[in-house]
Design a binder for this molecule. Structure first.
Ligand code: ATP
Length: 465
């Protein structure tokens, strides 16, 4: 079950709220003393994962072990963990000392020992001399330190932190990040931290767990996650990136933007569709007079404090983001180079939409929450389950949801250098992926249409049939 230095083991956990699957078969091992951050967009299941570890939620499937013991049915207060919440949840009528001592008093710990322990944790969080202050008179950052002191005074093996800095202003947040990292070192206990802020995750953590739609996308060190994202979602979510549809021609040779590039990747096969990510700081830009691998024209150049950020358009209609210490002004003709090491090749998660549905009659399919017309399907009858393949650029979206065969909700937008790829959640909560040149906004409600001739329909054979 767990390796020697593993303190938390999440094994194949799934969780539903009503008909919504919030966690889908997640597995994760956390080592003693590790600083692990669960990172992902709003609603991806981060807090639910933390609440399962804390014992405020129970998994529908799978097991949770802490310190080698099965915890699925153990009450929260009997687990060797403590939680620091987003809102500090301090008692406003008690002073700093009594807020921290509260739990120890309830447990009947002797007065002298309470005093020793409270003073020790106040020192750890840098709040010595504040013990008699009313908590209302403290700044947000100081209140958060008291909340952490209250959580660690019970000497938990694991500290769970749910977006603990989100209520602080930018400067205080940065200062508290440094202090949290120091506290983690001093305390030597395991921190499990939840945030949607990628910079915070990269700064603080030994290990980052990236989640989306209730599924773990990647587990790795901050540098692995940044330099070697496993898919477009991770590449886009962590830092700025240029993402391309590409073809792996053969080992160490990949084609995108109409050019062939040398890369270091092997084992993808020959002429296989892949995704490629190149970070903006990894595209070398120079005046057109120095011949690079491909050319472009700068359309904007913005000073970002340390570097300049340029948008460059290529003659074939690609738009690249490039960061460089030297400015290349708008209108300049430039040339560019991408080195083999800076090209990250990723397997495509899917090469077309695969939608499951049910035949209503020979020319209609119930799928995505709507009745879609299809070409006449000989040999298929009402009630037959079918799989419908549709290319990404063959799904049409309409502004007015009433013009669609069903409704959709734009959940994620990925810019792929010459087009957008949208993840759209349909009425029945299945996803369709759409390649488009049109500009849509996150959370737009749209209509979804697919032309009959663009559907490739196959019958799903029932098991045992
Ligand atoms: P955020 O950063 O916005 O807090 P998150 O990644 O922490 O998001 P969760 O709080 O784990 O996400 O929620 C995941 C999904 O489960 C969301 O769609 C949320 O609305 C839903 N959800 C969470 N708790 C419940 C509940 N008790 N009942 C019903 N749905 C819930």
């Amino acid at each position: 079950m767990s390796e020697d230095n593993t303190i938390i083991s999440i094994e194949h956990i799934s969780k539903r709220f009503g008909d919504k699957r919030v966690l889908d078969d997640i597995s994760l091992n956390i080592k003693k003393g590790e600083f692990v951050t669960i990172l992902g967009p709003s609603g991806c299941g981060k807090t639910t994962t933390l609440r399962i570890i804390a014992g405020f939620e129970t998994p529908d499937e799978g097991n949770l072990y802490i310190g080698g013991n099965l915890m699925n049915n153990v009450q929260p207060h009997k687990r060797p963990v403590n939680t620091v919440f987003q809102r500090y949840a301090l008692f406003p009528h008690l002073n700093v000392y009594d807020n921290i001592a509260f739990g120890l008093k309830l447990q009947g710990v002797a007065k002298d020992e309470i005093e020793t322990r409270v003073m020790r944790v106040l020192k750890m969080v840098g709040m010595t001399d504040y013990e008699w202050r009313n908590v209302d008179s403290l700044s947000g950052g100081q209140q958060q330190r008291v909340a952490i002191a209250r959580a660690i005074v019970n000497r938990p093996s694991v500290l769970l932190l749910d977006e603990p800095l989100s209520a602080l202003d930018h400067k205080m947040r940065k200062d508290m990040q440094i202090e949290l990292k120091q506290m983690h070192r001093t305390l030597g206990i395991t921190f499990v931290y939840v945030t949607h802020d990628q910079e915070e995750a990269l700064t603080l953590s030994d290990t980052v767990v990236v989640m989306n739609h209730g599924v773990i996308q990647q587990i790795g060190s901050p540098t692995d996650i940044y330099n070697e994202p496993v898919n477009c979602f991770v590449a886009d979510f962590i830092g700025e990136s240029n993402i391309f549809n590409a073809t792996m021609i053969e080992d160490r040779k990949v084609s995108f933007m109409g050019h062939e590039f040398e890369c270091v990747d092997e084992g993808f096969g020959e002429n296989v569709p892949v995704d490629v990510v190149v970070r903006p700081e990894d595209i070398y830009i120079m005046p057109r007079t120095d011949k690079g691998q491909f050319d472009g024209v700068v359309s904007s150049c913005i000073f970002k404090g340390v570097h300049y950020e340029m948008i460059v358009n290529t003659p074939d209609g690609y738009e690249l983001m490039i960061q460089d210490y030297n400015p290349f002004e708008a209108g300049m003709e430039v040339s560019m180079i991408i080195k083999p090491n800076d090209i990250q090749v990723m397997r495509k998660e899917r090469i077309c939409n695969t939608i499951e549905g049910e035949m209503i009659d020979a020319t209609h399919i119930d799928m995505l929450g709507g009745e879609f017309e299809c070409l006449p399907q000989e040999g298929l009858k009402a009630g037959d389950k079918v799989r419908v393949e549709v290319d990404f650029d063959k799904v049409d979206l309409t502004d007015d949801k009433r013009d669609g065969t069903c409704e959709g909700d734009i959940k994620f937008i990925l810019y792929k250098a010459d087009h957008y790829q949208l993840s759209v959640r349909a009425e029945n909560r299945d996803y369709v992926y759409v390649d488009t040149q049109d500009v849509w906004e996150d959370r737009d409600i749209v209509g979804i249409n697919i032309r009959p001739e663009d559907m490739r329909i196959t019958k799903i054979e029932e098991a045992g049939a």
